[in-house]
Design a protein around this ligand. Structure first.
Ligand SMILES: [Fe+2]
Ligand SMILES: [Fe+2]
Length: 339
């Protein structure tokens, strides 16, 4: 499954024309794109006016709870490891961008996608830097460690797996940025709500693209695509920043995830929700024309969400019985949160 047999590669290659027509145009023209500068204080303003804008930002950020900040930082760090994700994409079979400007639609899509994603980390970083609420040096160290560490994505160079993974991930980031937007609004920072909401809208558009590609794969190669979905779900979707480290807490990712769970920004239930959403989006329950292997994959995937929820309920119950423990986060100057 981790690499593609030649006949499958032929199937994938036959989609190039479709990709030029339906995938690449889903990138937004640069002239119509938002840029980070328009959502943070404008440094080209006269000094006093700029300082007023910064002051207002800091005033609004003052009330944001510590656990919220930890989640926002974790999301930002995840976005900032973009070089790792671009590398992942360009090593997929059929995506290779050999001369750096390959005239192939998947390479063109990947370059444009990277450019769009690049604004996400920049924008969150600028906001957090100006907020004065977080320890930027520790955050920058975390990003440094994370990009150096890479990730164990387990996709090999199989684009089928790649598209299932990115469909899931873009939806997961859409959900989590949407939730940080909602919490910012409730917490009295409408500008931060707009920042997170703007990023979430990009993630949604990317989700649409990747889910459409999987839809296309299900059309041209139903069993192959169905088996790829089952393979990914069986292995579980690894989060992109799972190797996160700040030089101090070796369990930083686990701790960040626990805060995300507790604040409701990204929870185990979201995982099952995303799976159910994708099953519906791809109409997997009704998918016909499958081989015996493909049918087995279909049964497995379509019955998985309730099983995940049941396991989660049991884990939640166990967690409720455990005493909360205090965990320090270097990102917020070693303040402790109860997890
Ligand atoms: Fe992003
Ligand atoms: Fe994304």
């Amino acid at each position: 499954m981790l690499s593609m047999p030649p006949e499958k590669l032929e199937v994938f290659k036959s989609l190039d024309g479709w990709a030029w027509e339906c995938v690449v145009p889903m990138l937004k023209p640069v002239e119509q794109c938002w840029q980070p500068q328009s959502l943070v204080p404008d440094s080209s303003l006269p000094h006093e006016e700029f300082m007023e804008e910064v002051k207002a930002l800091r005033q609004r950020a003052k009330e944001l709870p510590d656990d919220y900040l930890v989640v926002l930082v974790g999301d930002m760090v995840t976005e900032e490891a973009l070089p790792t994700y671009q590398t992942l994409m360009t090593t997929m079979e059929g995506f290779q961008d050999e001369p750096g400007r390959s005239p192939n639609p998947w390479a063109a899509w990947t370059r444009g996608w990277t450019a769009e994603e690049n604004r996400h980390g920049d924008l969150l970083r600028t906001y957090l830097y100006l907020s004065g609420r977080v320890h930027m040096k520790m955050i920058d160290k975390t990003i440094h460690y994370l990009i150096s560490a890479g990730m164990e994505h387990g996709l090999g160079n199989n684009p089928y797996l790649g598209f299932v993974y990115t469909s899931f991930q873009e939806r997961a980031t859409f959900v989590s940025h949407g939730n940080t937007a909602r919490l910012a609004k409730e917490g009295g920072d409408p500008v931060l709500a707009r920042i997170c909401g703007t990023i979430a809208a990009d993630e949604k558009r990317h989700e649409n693209v990747y889910t459409r590609v999987v839809e296309k794969l299900l059309e041209v190669d139903p069993s192959g695509a169905m088996e790829a979905i089952a393979y990914m779900m069986e292995k579980k979707i690894t989060m992109p920043a799972h190797l996160m480290y700040d030089g101090e807490d070796p369990r930083l990712f686990e701790h960040f995830s626990a805060v995300a769970q507790r604040t409701g920004v990204y929870t185990a239930n979201d995982y099952a929700d995303i799976l159910e959403f994708l099953i519906g989006q791809w109409r997997l329950e009704k998918l016909g024309g499958l081989t015996a292997e493909g049918k087995r994959a279909q049964d497995y995937v379509c019955g998985l969400a309730p099983r995940i929820r049941k396991l989660q309920e049991r884990a939640d119950e166990r967690a409720r019985k455990m005493k909360p423990r205090a965990v320090k986060f270097s990102w917020i100057f070693n303040k402790e949160l109860l997890l």
